[in-house]
Design a protein around this ligand. Structure first.
Ligand SMILES: *[C@@H]1O[C@H](CO)[C@@H](O)[C@H](O)[C@H]1NC(C)=O
Ligand SMILES: *[C@@H]1O[C@H](CO)[C@@H](O)[C@H](O)[C@H]1NC(C)=O
Length: 328
């Protein structure tokens, strides 16, 4: 077994009552202003987005389009089922919130055909899982926690199904990846073109966007380089760093966080680059599956990554483990 070192390490750290996950400041994982109502509205915002995405996809692309793109029956029927789930999540959450519920925003999705729709579906389902997982610890009312968990497991089923349809591992890591509110909000903001007028703004903010230069799919832990287009230039002009500030690419995968010092690329492009996605150190699994990355001034030793020291994000990469572990 490839990760046989992992369980003893985990057992040892539990025995020592050491924190398994130290990646965020306490504030990032504290209940937001408004508590559970805000969290339910955050969930509702994501469910509206997913519902709209599947509604458009089912209208834009036919069963024949999905078959031609390599997604044979009953794929289209299962997409309808996913749409039904998202629609039901929306009506459930909106019903529970009553007059406090936010309304549907307006959205724009970059998918242009059946294949790009399925690729984006995989990203959105993964983000949904990470959003519910990150929010879970902040829910105060235990009965809401059961509801959120009940939705989370269905989102993860969607994610596995879509990943398998893309010939990606349906369960790429023994742990899923929690993201905090602002990290998820940053990802959702890429698709939201406007909030409903009159709705109270959710108390979250999007980080400056992070652009990953397209190079390969999937990336491989322990070997693939990554370039962050104009990241240095953008952070300098926003006054977030000075020319001497070290900037780290911080990867999140499962319960692991990996810090890699970036450097400028040759020439004057204003890009930042790392030579390889880390494979993980002793006691860590390699980043695998849908991996998230932010740029931060935290080095992971003296300072942990937090919303306060994040300078851009969130980027998403599909990462294969080092070596050639078979997917199926
Ligand atoms: C559906 O098609 C419309 C019109 O071309 C486009 O604006 C929209 O982004 C598409 N939606 C999805 C999810 O592909
Ligand atoms: C953090 O400390 C470890 C152990 O001293 C070292 O190997 C690693 O390079 C340091 N990381 C950073 C980002 O400075």
């Amino acid at each position: 077994m490839r990760y046989s070192t992992f369980l003893p390490v985990l057992a040892a750290s539990l025995a020592a009552a050491a924190p398994i996950e130290e990646r965020a400041t306490v504030e990032d994982y504290n209940p937001p202003p408004g508590g559970d109502v805000t969290i339910l509205n955050y969930a509702l915002t994501l469910e509206y987005l997913e519902r709209k995405f599947y509604m458009e996809g089912l209208a834009n692309y036919t069963q024949a389009d999905f078959i031609a793109a390599g997604f044979p029956d009953p794929f289209y029927d299962n997409l309808k089922e996913i749409y039904f789930d998202e629609e039901t999540h929306v009506s459930f959450l909106a019903g529970a919130l009553g007059a406090a519920a936010v309304h549907e925003a307006t959205y724009s999705f970059p998918s242009t055909d059946a294949a790009s729709f399925v690729a984006l579906s995989s990203v959105l389902e993964g983000v949904g899982v990470s959003a519910y997982l990150g929010a879970a610890a902040e829910i105060v009312d235990k009965s809401y926690l059961t509801v959120a968990g009940s939705i989370l497991t269905v989102e993860s089923r969607h994610s596995s199904y879509i990943r398998a349809a893309l010939k990606e591992s349906p369960f790429p890591k023994p742990f899923d990846t929690p993201l905090d509110f602002n990290q998820v909000f940053s990802l959702a903001a890429e698709f939201i073109t406007g909030f409903a007028p009159g709705d109270p703004a959710l108390p979250f903010m999007a980080f400056p966007p992070l652009t990953i230069q397209a190079s390969q799919y999937p990336y491989t832990a322990g070997s693939s380089p990554v370039t962050f287009t104009h990241a240095y230039k953008n952070a300098m002009s926003a006054g977030l760093i000075t020319s001497s500030t070290p900037v780290y690419a911080v990867f999140f995968s499962g319960l692991d966080t990996y810090y890699v010092l970036t450097r400028m690329t040759a020439g004057n492009s204003g890009d930042l680059k790392i030579d390889m996605i880390p494979a993980g150190m002793a006691g860590m699994l390699p980043p695998t599956g849908q991996v998230y990355v932010v740029l931060s001034t935290a080095d992971g030793n003296s300072t942990k990554v937090s919303d306060e020291n994040t300078i851009s994000g969130v980027g998403i990469l599909e990462v294969s483990p080092p070596g050639d572990r078979n997917i199926f």
